[in-house]
Design a protein around this ligand. Sequence first.
Ligand code: SF4
Ligand code: SF4
Length: 154
Amino acid sequence: MALKALLLGMKYLFKRPYTMLVPEKEPPMTTEKTRGRHLLDMSKCVGCRMCQMVCPADAIKMYKVEGDFKQNPKKIFPGIDFNRCTFCALCVEVCPTGALSMTDITGWYMTTTDTRTNLRSPYDLAAELAKNEKPDFRVTITKQTFLYQTKKRG
Ligand code: SF4
Ligand code: SF4
């Protein structure tokens, strides 16, 4: 048994590693199903906290913000701690208004040695939408596409 394990280990000793360094400049490879950074449409969020309640990683906290948000009388919006997020997309699935969606942005953008920089406020999550109603990067996961993919898998 031990010899078998040793031989197996020897076999991989001279092979190239399966892992690779995350490139700092080039975006990493993404696929049709890559789930990356979230977007928040603050004009749709009603502050129901369902995304926070469903999050299995306790990555979402609600923040009170200033501003005129008639659909959200308490003015509370989600922020996400990407140090905790597992990108399971449950928060997107449960959101009743489609305020949360996901992009295929991953890789170096999402990694850091300073954990404080991976805490994203509601304004951070909304920034790309505020700049441009149709951001350059592809939005891969919305409630609809998530349900579609789940149905296809099932
Ligand atoms: S993707 Fe999953 S882990 Fe990340 S914030 Fe949403 S529910 Fe939480
Ligand atoms: S993002 Fe969606 S689920 Fe979360 S508080 Fe806003 S409306 Fe509710």
